[in-house]
Design a protein around this ligand. Structure first.
Ligand code: AVJ
Ligand code: FE
Length: 462
């Protein structure tokens, strides 16, 4: 009886989701020139042709092949060219060589995409009922993977376009988020109690393997900054010789800063006696109230140390651990949709502020609209938690206790990178809203600057 009553697999909704996510990748590439598809300015930044191909290969390799989808003779070279890092799938084009090959042409990659789409849609429509659940689990991963690469695309194209001579640069988009000049709210630290708390993906719905299992952890009391560090605040660090003072830096960070001649965040350029920044909408003057972005972990860490040493009320300023961040975010609450930057219900929202990729802003928004006096809601007035910038945490990217990687080859997806990287929390202005959760753990090497990364400070309770 229960068998008879169980609903047939919902092929129609999987198909709709597949088309929606795949379509978003095509839409984001519509304005690219032929050259822009091919360039790989450094090892970390893949060219768009590869991004479009790799996300298609993922469906071919993990679904079409194991579930008996149709194969095509032209699939063969793509196994080698579009495998990113899966050693169990065999040899691959070295990561640094993605900008060196002229074949497949970009047209061929589009043809390959369309072919994978056709074959995937056929498989979604015809796969045996008994195998569909297992299939849908991997399909979900494939779609989440494609969304990760949509975020990567925006950071990659920003870096690619920045390589051009300033007078020849073309912005990615002409739709500029409104520049905002309202004063940022005064910075303060919002206190949180210590205690035994739960962490990880507590809610319903899908998550990455690295967000599980839910586990408990004891926090000592701490406080978290009410907003992200602004460009103006970061300029004070620069003016005070922050980049020239080795006492502020971790050794690996200091060495990276010397080697790569860091003297400001990535994309900052001095012009006409002031600072300008490269955005996806072109070059423009720095807006001091906006959160500083495109800083490495090492810069965030040095900045925190500088704050700790410079301001009497901030001794012990540091980056939060990922669990301090998560506990605070859970107490504050997540906004239901892309919108004013993450004030909880009861706190007046700012006008015109926007978050996540869905806003179309493609740049982090300043924290505005926190009134000077908030009454009883004051302790929850934490701005910019979600959808502006990925916030570096002091936590190494490690497995939660009892971690079980995804089954089979996809064990390589997240697990093998749990080594010498740091966790980032919060999502960014180029993260698709429906790809994000409060428990989401991003991770990058400490030297990474081309992602939309920013700084939130914390302190031990005094
Ligand atoms: C979690 C963003 C570091 O870029 O390597 C893409 C995401 N994983 N394809 C990365 C990812 C597989 C991953 N990051
Ligand atoms: Fe990938």
């Amino acid at each position: 009886m229960p068998l008879l009553l169980s609903a047939p697999v919902n092929r129609r909704s999987w198909l709709a989701r597949f088309r929606r996510v795949r379509g978003a990748s095509l839409a984001m590439c519509e304005s690219l020139s032929p050259e822009e598809y091919r360039l790989q300015p450094c090892e970390e930044v893949s060219p768009p042709w590869w991004n479009l191909g790799h996300t298609s290969w993922f469906f071919m390799r993990n679904l079409l092949v194991p579930f008996g989808g149709q194969s095509e003779p032209e699939d063969d070279p793509y196994e080698y060219l579009l495998n990113s890092y899966y050693d169990s799938f065999g040899s691959r084009l070295p990561r640094a060589a993605r900008g060196l090959v002229s074949r497949p042409t970009t047209d061929e990659i589009y043809t390959y995409r369309a072919s994978v789409d056709r074959r995937m849609e056929e498989l979604i429509a015809t796969l045996d009922e008994e195998r569909f659940e297992e299939f849908a689990e991997i399909l979900a991963i494939g779609l989440q993977h494609e969304q990760q690469h949509q975020e990567l695309f925006y950071t990659e194209i920003k870096y690619i376009l920045a390589q051009n001579r300033p007078e020849l640069r073309r912005p990615y988009t002409s739709c500029r988020g409104e520049g905002r000049t309202a004063e940022a709210p005064a910075r303060r630290y919002v206190p949180f109690e210590g205690g035994l708390r739960e962490f990880g993906h507590l809610d319903e719905g899908w998550c990455w393997d690295n967000e599980l299992p839910v586990h408990r952890f004891f926090l000592t009391p701490y406080s978290l900054a009410n907003r992200l560090v602004t460009c103006d605040e970061y300029l004070d660090f620069m003016a005070d010789g922050g980049y020239a003072n080795p006492l502020l830096w971790l050794d690996n960070g200091w060495q990276a800063a010397q080697r790569e001649a860091w003297h400001a965040p990535l994309y900052w350029e001095q012009r006409y006696g002031g600072w300008w920044i490269w955005t996806l909408a072109g070059m423009r003057e720095l807006i001091g109230e906006e959160p500083v972005c495109h800083v490495s972990y090492y810069e965030a860490d040095a900045y925190a140390r500088w704050r700790s040493q410079t301001f009497a009320g901030e001794q012990g300023a540091r980056l939060p651990t990922e669990r301090e961040w998560e506990n605070a975010a859970r107490i504050v609450g997540v906004p239901a949709s892309a919108g004013p930057n993450s004030f909880p219900a009861g706190v007046p929202a700012s006008a015109g502020s926007a978050s996540f990729l869905d806003s179309g802003r493609l740049h982090p928004a300043a924290a505005v609209g926190v009134p000077a006096s908030l009454g009883p809601e004051e302790r929850l007035a934490i701005a910019q938690l979600h959808g502006e910038l990925w916030q570096w945490t002091a936590s190494y990217y490690e497995p939660y206790p009892g971690y079980r990687p995804f089954a089979g080859a996809l064990a390589e997806y997240n697990g093998k990178f749990m080594d010498n990287q740091r966790v980032l929390r919060g999502g960014s202005c180029v993260t698709p809203r429906d790809h994000y959760r409060l428990s989401y753990r991003n991770f990058w090497p400490s030297t990474t600057r081309f992602q939309f990364t920013g700084i939130r400070l914390a302190q031990d309770a005094t």
